[in-house]
Design a protein around this ligand. Structure first.
Ligand code: SF4
Ligand code: SF4
Length: 399
């Protein structure tokens, strides 16, 4: 937890942060995700931050010297997030990495204090409940939205948590969640009445045991969530676009394919860059993150639209905007852009899911985080496509 010594080691300039133009949120915007940090105290083998899911997370996202500027300050995040109009039904989801560790653990409370929004938190509960609650600066209510599911969604990772908590991973996690009731949070076994709930990735290695069941029952909501990825050659999860996540990983084809793609979500990396999908975001950070580019951009007053072509000239994977660019608008998300990495998409971008209006359950309309068209699918793969009649509308040239 070296990252707990973070704030003191930066050399900060005193800057006056200007008020940026408000963003016009389309009604269809489904998700706002802020990756506060990609550093994590755990190293789960199936971590989706690593597109290959090869158990090398610790190496790919090392906890680095804190003199290196790898995240926005809480004041910059407040400036960026205050561009987003307050909407009771659209929380900003803080995630990572492990977001509790951001800014020596103090960052969440600093951001929550300076913004009007409701927030959801995706966390592994790295800090003790008392420390976490104290760090919130009395802003608990920003994590207490009236919703059918908990705002604080804690993930349970059996192998890593049993390693860190000496074989008591699940019991410790339940205790931490339950203890939040001492700090102003609602904790109930019913997920609609609880601010906190536990989720376990349904990875084939993660088993629910009778002991676990008796530990959580009557105390904290617990659910499993779909595992997205490949295990022992089998693809898990349901995806709208054929081979989008497994084309290369399962040797279906030698090369990735070209297509056009746009996002339906506002995805922000630790330095405030806006990304078109999780693959681009993660790959950029596996390569160390756009740290040098951020410095150049900062020197240009964050005018990304004006300077993108020069600053990201040598990059294949470039962001689509920056939250501190006064010229950034939500219309930038609606542009279909060429991509030649189809087949290495991240499962959470192309999996079939509900939008926040429950479109799939209620009307059978599949929602995905990205919209893809004109996939240059080789004819030699057509006979491997399940439900070709439906999928062919995504291909070009059409059959
Ligand atoms: S806790 Fe989450 S972010 Fe951290 S290694 Fe595990 S899956 Fe990845
Ligand atoms: S096709 Fe896949 S890799 Fe390319 S931008 Fe879309 S989601 Fe990302």
């Amino acid at each position: 937890m070296d990252s707990l010594n973070q704030t003191t080691q930066f050399n900060f300039k005193v800057v006056i942060l200007m008020v940026l133009p408000s963003l016009q949120l389309p009604n269809t915007l489904n998700y706002i995700g802020v990756f506060l940090t990609l550093e994590c105290n755990l190293s789960c083998s199936y971590c989706i931050n690593d597109p290959q899911q090869t158990g090398q997370r610790e190496m790919l996202f090392p906890i680095q010297a804190k003199s290196l500027r790898k995240c926005l300050t809480p004041a910059e995040w407040s400036q960026a997030l205050n561009r987003i109009p307050y909407r009771e039904d659209l929380p900003i989801t803080l995630q990572g990495g492990e977001p509790m560790l951001y800014w020596s653990g103090k960052g969440l409370g600093m951001i929550l204090s300076e913004t009007p929004h409701y927030f959801d938190l995706l966390t592994n509960f790295a800090l003790k409940p008392k420390t976490f609650a104290n760090n919130l600066n009395g802003q608990q209510r920003k994590l207490q939205r009236d919703a059918p599911y908990p705002s604080i969604r804690v993930s349970y990772h059996a192998e890593e948590m049993n390693r860190v908590w000496r074989g008591q991973g699940f019991a410790e996690l339940i205790n931490r969640c339950e203890a939040l009731s001492d700090y102003g949070f609602r904790v109930s076994p019913s997920k609609a009445e609880s601010d906190v709930g536990i989720y376990m990735v349904a990875h084939p290695q993660n088993k629910m045991t009778a002991e676990m069941e008796s530990t959580y029952t009557g105390r904290v909501p617990f659910e499993s969530k779909e595992f997205l990825g490949i295990h022992e050659g089998k693809l898990h999860g349901h995806y709208l676009y054929p081979f989008s996540t497994d084309l290369i990983a399962r040797n279906i084809h030698l090369n990735t394919l070209s297509c056009e793609c746009r996002t339906t979500e506002l995805l922000l990396d630790p330095l405030g860059f806006v990304w078109g999908c999780h693959f681009y975001l993660y790959q950029s950070w596996i390569a160390g993150g756009p740290v040098r580019e951020f410095e150049e951009l900062e020197a240009q007053g964050f005018r990304y639209s004006e300077n993108r072509a020069r600053i990201f000239a040598i990059h294949d994977l470039a962001p689509i905007g920056h939250m501190l660019d006064p010229d950034f608008t939500m219309a930038d998300l609606e542009v279909f852009r060429s991509c030649r990495h189809y087949g290495r998409c991240i499962g959470c971008d192309t999996k079939v899911k509900n939008d926040r209006f429950q479109s799939y359950y209620d009307q059978g309309i599949a929602h995905t985080s990205v919209m893809i068209r004109n996939i240059q699918m080789p004819a030699s793969l057509y006979d491997k496509v399940e439900n070709l009649d439906y999928s062919q509308k995504f291909f070009t040239p059409p059959l």
